[in-house]
Design a protein around this ligand. Structure first.
Ligand code: MN3
Length: 201
């Protein structure tokens, strides 16, 4: 029972002009797919075959002898989560409990957005910016390098933005801050974040 590349939750041109179909052809069709293929290859004959993605991530995190398995499993999870962190005509403001928690824990939506952009822009090299439920149930912005996922630190991801160069280079070239601004202003899927917050309990 191999993992499969999940379909995008929208058409590949649905996020234009903020994220192009060309970017999705490479990022979903090539990069994400390669992580799936590599993971399935590594799982073949492994004692982790048949486990869920989350179980594989948690079982291999921090184990240098299983770095390949961790990196590919986490990248499969992170990319699927990233696609769902965006939607056509996204952006705007959250509502309900999520809006109240953002105001309580960051001071304002703008303060959250500044923190998220700062995290993404200052992640040296490849990685991810995240909104998570962290210590004591407080919302936090964190950045992680490479394939790392905050779930291995006991935090619950609500949203993520991929800041590997392959995520934005075709549309924004070197302008990572412009990509992060477009993610927050035009793409972010607050409904997805609110659902993840509700499930975090
Ligand atoms: Mn990527």
């Amino acid at each position: 029972m191999a993992f499969e590349l999940p379909a995008l939750p929208y058409a590949k041109d649905a996020l234009e002009p903020h994220m192009s179909a060309n970017t999705f052809d490479f990022h979903h069709g090539k990069h994400h797919n390669t992580y799936v293929v590599n993971l399935n290859g590594l799982l073949d004959g492994s004692d982790l075959a048949g486990k869920s993605l989350e179980e594989i991530i948690m079982a291999t995190a921090g184990d240098s002898s299983k770095a390949g398995m961790f990196n590919n499993a986490a990248q499969v999870w992170n990319h699927t989560f990233f696609w769902n962190s965006m939607k056509p005509n996204g952006g705007g403001a959250p509502s309900g409990d999520l809006a109240a928690k953002i105001d309580a824990d960051f001071g304002s939506l703008d303060a959250f957005k500044d923190a998220f952009k700062q995290a993404g822009a200052t992640q040296f090299g490849s990685g991810w910016a995240w909104l998570v439920v962290g210590d004591g149930g407080k919302l936090e912005v964190v950045k992680t390098p490479n394939a790392e996922n905050p779930m291995t630190q006991g935090k619950t991801p609500l949203l993520t933005c991929d800041v590997w160069e392959h995520a934005y280079y075709l549309d924004y070239q070197n302008r990572r801050p412009d990509f992060l601004a477009a993610f927050l202003d035009n793409l972010v899927n607050w409904d997805f974040a609110a659902e993840n917050l509700a499930n975090a309990g």
